[in-house]
Design a protein around this ligand. Structure first.
Ligand code: NHX
Ligand code: ZN
Length: 617
């Protein structure tokens, strides 16, 4: 791991190595050490016949002494640099000495005249500057590679590396068969597939195909998978990048990435470019805002718009983008010629859920008698990703139970795990509290069963779960419902209040445990009044609107303060009348409440069928 300090440390070491090389290593590599001596020292060595050989050029006399052992040089290669031990050659200035030749031949030394050993200036520059620079570059490369491997150092470290792999290109191998329960989206995308298959057909008639399509829908509904399937069906490369990857530390880097991405896509056309979570770069640009911290994001968005306008629509590059907040996108992105097609990718209906479960079930060993329809019915509102999770959770449970096949019970349990967490079997609950919990739950169940317009009870349990739920009553609609009548909505509130009503009737007091019920009841009551137009007081007026239909039910309220107070009053009236009704129903069925609650304490879990039997006898 390289911190900033570490980086400086390595640079210092690199420089030190270059410095040492220059002074101590290069001389050994590129020449022997030469010691300059005086002319008379040379003459006296000559007289003593100590000289082995002599070379004379125009300027210097270079000579070698006789008894210099070769091994000396090598053993002292390193330590010798600080002493004279390794000196091989001596040199002295050439003098116009007429007797020199005679003296030389008398001494018996070999001698010769040579050309002055002059290094070409270019070579000397290369040696003294080029090599150190080359070494520095090498070190720099090495360092950046290390840093990249370490993955640390943040965005600053990748400065200047816009050529890094910014996309994942692949033949996805996915087809529309892998996408279950999105028939409408698939239909809308088949035209794009055909276009990629056969761009000439469209070009011949002069049609310009959409350059971009926006896949819009809640998280986990398979937007990415759909984009991959389009590439797979058309058998073209698939470039994928997430909007968040464009967000860079330096202004201009994101834009550079966009440019790079489109350049590569153009080279590989026909192909699919997929930008996930485009809202991270495609958010509305706020006008008049004096250069805030969003410069980088805006530049990236502008570059994206420019690239989309710039490329040739007939070439066969299709840009798909996904988002779950379409309303927050900059309008410029949605203009014709850009993401002008909007493909909704909604939560699956019951049939879709069944299909999705079947697709994911292919990956696990599953028992033949498994009823996917029942699971699909019990998972209203679940996304494809959640259903995949349910199948995997069931497979894990099957292994835990020592089975080799996934059974219905595994699937049912894993649905509950997703809804309320894992069972907390070890949790110690006192007899008294167990009683309270059981009466609370049976209260819900009885009221649900004894009302018209209420979903049948699927399961009652007092086994606590890791989400904090001490018990719960599951209701499952027989057929999927897309509408809610006023009576159904009201009866839902009645059912939610019934837990507390049962506690109150039985124990003359009540607990904090109903908090979740109270929230749910209030939410429905508010929606009935402010969104569904179901109150006599206000009629068909909307005071609240959903801020994003795809992400939870966040609402924004728009009404006067007086109206807000009136709405609150209406909510209170509605919920308390629901509570009255629940209490009434339970008061008239106290024996049932008692007997079924006792049974629940004993069994801890009652299925819907068991419950109906108990209710009828
Ligand atoms: C607490 N839990 O938080 C304790 C431990 C009244 C018999 N101090 O209404 O379990 O009070 O009909 C999903 C659904 C937490 C997740 C309900 C997480 C409720 C639930 C609060 C039963 N069943 N209350 C209920 C309950 C509580 C809670 C939940 C959740 C109780 C009640 C929890
Ligand atoms: Zn409850």
């Amino acid at each position: 791991m390289f911190t900033k300090k570490g980086k400086i440390f390595y640079i210092v070491i690199g420089l030190a190595v270059i410095f040492l090389m220059n002074y101590f290593v290069f001389p050994f590599m590129f020449g022997d050490s030469v010691k300059e001596v005086s002319y008379d020292a040379f003459l006296s060595e000559l007289k003593n016949k100590n000289i082995d050989s002599v070379e004379i050029d125009g300027e210097y006399i270079t000579y070698k002494l006789k008894n210099n052992e070769e091994s000396n040089k090598k053993s002292n290669l390193f330590f010798g640099i600080f002493s004279d031990d390794n000196i091989q050659l001596y040199k002295t200035g050439y003098m116009d000495d007429p007797n020199l030749i005679e003296k030389l031949s008398d001494s018996g030394a070999k001698f010769a005249k040579v050309q002055p050993e002059e290094m070409s200036p270019i070579l000397s520059i290369i040696l003294s500057y080029g090599i150190p620079i080359a070494i520095m570059i090498f070190f720099w490369r090495f360092l950046s590679k290390q840093i990249a491997k370490g993955g640390l150092g943040g965005n600053a470290m990748t400065f200047g590396k816009s050529n890094a792999k910014i996309y994942v290109k692949a033949q996805t191998g996915k087809t529309f068969a892998d996408v279950a329960g999105q028939d409408e989206a698939k239909e809308a995308l088949t035209e794009i597939v055909d276009f990629l298959h056969n761009p000439k057909k469209y070009a011949a008639i002069g049609a310009i195909l959409p350059k971009g399509a926006l896949l819009v829908g809640p998280p986990g509904t398979g937007k990415t998978l759909l984009a991959q399937a389009v590439a797979g069906e058309a058998n073209v490369p698939f470039f994928s990048i997430s909007g968040s990857e464009f967000v860079e530390m330096f202004v201009g880097m994101g834009a550079a990435k966009v440019r790079d991405l489109f350049k590569q896509a153009n080279e590989k056309a026909p192909c699919i470019v997929f930008i996930d979570e485009i809202d991270t770069i495609g958010k509305k640009r706020d006008s008049g805002h004096v250069s805030g911290g969003n410069d980088e994001r805006e530049q990236t968005l502008n570059q994206l718009l420019t690239e989309m306008d710039g490329f040739d629509g007939k070439k066969g590059v299709v840009i798909l983008a996904a988002t779950n907040r379409p309303d927050s996108l900059d309008k410029a992105l949605l203009r014709p010629g850009r993401f002008d097609r909007r493909i909704p990718v909604e939560l699956p209906d019951s049939k879709g859920r069944e299909a999705i479960l079947q697709v994911h079930a292919k990956k696990v060993n599953i028992a033949d008698e498994v009823n996917f329809k029942a699971i699909a019915n019990a998972t209203s509102g679940a996304s494809g990703a959640e259903l995949a999770n349910i199948i995997n959770e069931a497979a894990l449970r099957a292994v835990r139970m020592g089975r080799i096949e996934v059974e219905q019970s595994d699937l049912e349990e894993s649905v509950e795990v997703i809804l309320a967490g894992y069972q907390r079997k070890g949790m110690v609950i006192s007899e008294k509290e167990k009683e309270i919990i059981a009466y609370h739950e049976v209260g819900h169940a009885l009221v649900a069963a004894l009302q018209k317009n209420s979903a049948p009870v699927h399961k009652i349990t007092i086994i606590p779960r890791t989400s904090g739920a001490l018990g719960y009553t599951m209701q499952v609609e027989e057929d999927e419902k897309f509408l809610m009548s006023r009576e159904e909505a009201f009866n839902k509130i009645v059912t939610f209040t019934a837990g507390r009503a049962a506690e109150k009737l039985m124990f003359s007091t009540f607990t904090s445990g109903a908090s979740n019920d109270i929230e749910q009841a209030t939410k429905i009551a508010r929606a009935m009044i402010t969104r569904y137009g179901m109150s006599d007081e206000f009629g068909m007026v909307a005071f609240e609107t959903l801020s994003n239909p795809y992400l939870g039910d966040d609402t924004s309220l728009s009404c006067s303060n007086e109206t807000a107070a009136k709405i609150d009053n209406e909510v209170i009236k509605l919920v308390s009348s629901a509570y009255e009704k629940a209490e009434d129903i339970l008061r008239n069925n106290m024996q049932k409440l008692n007997s079924i609650a006792r049974y629940l304490i004993e069994k801890e879990t009652i299925t819907g069928d068991e419950f109906m039997d108990l209710l009828e006898c």
